[in-house]
Design a protein around this ligand. Structure first.
Ligand code: BG6
Length: 486
């Protein structure tokens, strides 16, 4: 096999030291990186190999310790020998010259295998793809050429299409790996295993038994230093267009038959295509937005910003399985806690054997797939309170916790899984161009409504709260309420 080179563009950035190098180090420690794999950091500023190695070490150590792992200096020193640095600017023809020479020297006549990781501003994708095309970086001489890119994939449908077009001018679709780190999360992948490797749940997984679905991604952190980016993006682009619509597809799709990239992505796109697209003028029937108090004082945020930092949306999937089953999806920054879950709310029994006491309503079964931070599954059901005088009901949980069930290893980081998959050419957990474009079709009218000149100001909510009251109203008007954010 020709030698593998992982080339990280934007090597001086935060993602490289916070996520990519720790993930690659971890893969190396687990013996999962090919022996001859090297990692080359590329960025504009001049740096020696040694300076690059020392610059990424502290964050890697921190990442390992925060995962509850020990720090092995010997292992790091061995891994660091795989790291190189080449100064360059991938948006100019001359800027790639040193890298091209480096790669030619390393690969010799083998052609090499290359994974390009663009950890740069997404605005630069078109220019970089054009320079790659000129330099022949996509040509699979010897081994594969793949490119990994990070969101945002455009700002709306039109620009999303333009990004895809510029990438396709250089790479084939199967060479492009669009990362959505939510798909790398163990618990998100487990949604499919839970549904399709067990017989118990799938027969119930439809409109006959499910009343509605709630998906929550609450964050405790405010926007912090990312105000400039965030204010242009807002929660609807930042979390919904990518991560949360992807989670919806995992919950809603049909059994793909086989776990292959095309099968899975064909089923996911069917879900996205079946989603009702709102009209801009009707959007506020299906969306509630909020902004945390203090957001406008964040660095990089204009004092009159209308950018939502919280949104709740109601989605409908217009197919036989999900007819009349709303999917309510919410996400926000600066909330009570960091908590993400998928909650399946089952219908209530058609008839009650034991009537409920006056004023009390039955808490009908719900199933929580907890994505983070205490990953697990909880099935909430009714029990008889153990007492001799009468029969009273109380709901209790049947609980499964990942950490208790798998004590021998920590849950892998999303980037580890995704980087290894990209190296192996396994594209199942990466998004295809049609998914991206369809997700923009769904989100564009909702975003347009919140950004219109006459759009109402998002409702202010207190940091550390569960979000704005208008989100409660979105469910209350259909006689429903949100699950507690734990
Ligand atoms: C990123 C968003 O894609 O996902 C961030 O840009 C957000 O704003 C993050 O905080 C959430 O990821 P996680 O893994 O912490 O839920």
């Amino acid at each position: 096999m020709p030698p593998l080179t992982i080339i990280i563009f934007g090597a001086s950035g935060d993602l490289t030291s916070r996520k990519l190098i720790p993930a690659l180090f971890h893969l190396d420690m687990a013996g999962l990186l090919p022996d001859d794999a090297n990692i080359v950091g590329v960025a504009r500023r001049p740096f020696s190999n040694d300076a690059f190695r020392s610059s990424v070490e502290p964050m890697t150590r921190e990442a390992m310790l925060s995962m509850g792992e020990s720090w092995f200096p010997g292992a790091w020193n061995r891994f660091a020998k795989r790291l190189f640095y080449v100064a360059g600017d991938a948006t100019t023809t001359e800027g790639l010259q040193h890298l091209t020479e480096f790669l030619q020297k390393r690969e010799g006549t083998t052609g090499g295998q290359r994974l390009y990781y663009l950890s740069v501003s997404p605005d630069l994708y078109p220019q970089i793809a054009a320079r790659f095309g000129e330099a022949g970086y996509e040509k699979e001489i010897g081994g594969f050429r793949r490119v990994v890119i990070e969101k945002p994939f455009g700002h709306n449908l039109e620009t999303g299409r333009a990004v895809n077009k510029s990438l396709h001018a250089c790479f084939r679709e199967d060479q492009i790996y669009r990362i959505d780190h939510y798909l790398g999360k163990e618990t998100v992948q487990n949604i499919l295993i839970f549904r399709f490797a067990n017989t118990m749940f799938e027969p119930l997984w439809n409109h006959q038994y499910i009343d509605h679905v709630q998906i929550t991604a609450a964050e405790k952190v405010p926007v912090g230093k990312r105000g400039g980016y965030y204010n242009d993006s807002g929660v609807l682009r930042d979390m919904f267009q990518s991560h949360l619509l992807q989670v919806v597809t995992m919950v809603a799709m049909e059994n793909p038959g086989r776990y292959t990239a095309d099968r899975l992505r064909n089923e996911k796109i069917k879900v996205l295509e079946a989603m009702k697209i709102s009209k801009v003028e009707d959007a506020f029937n299906n969306i509630a937005v909020g902004q945390y108090d203090g957001y406008r004082n964040e660095e990089g945020v204009p004092k009159d910003s209308k950018t939502p930092t919280y949104a709740a949306i109601r989605l409908e999937i217009d197919n036989g399985r999900w007819s009349n089953v709303p999917f309510y999806v919410r996400s926000g920054k600066s909330m009570r806690s960091r908590y993400s879950e998928v909650s399946i709310q089952f219908r209530c029994p058609p008839h009650m054997l034991i009537p409920m006491p006056p004023g009390e309503t039955l808490e009908c079964n719900h199933l929580s797939l907890i994505l983070q931070p205490n990953e697990g599954i909880r099935l909430n059901f009714q029990t008889k309170v153990p007492e001799v005088d009468g029969t009273r009901l109380q709901a209790r949980d049947l609980a499964f916790d990942y950490r208790d069930a798998f004590t021998e290893r920590a849950l892998p980081e999303a980037y580890e899984r995704l980087l290894l998959d990209a190296i192996m050419g396994e594209a199942t957990l990466f998004m295809r161009n049609d998914e991206i474009e369809q997700a923009w079709e769904i989100m564009d009218p909702l975003i347009a409504a919140t950004e219109a000149a006459n759009a109402p100001q998002p409702e202010v909510y207190a940091p550390g709260s569960d979000g704005p009251k208008c989100a409660d109203a979105l469910l209350a008007k259909e006689g429903r309420k949100w699950q507690k954010i734990r």
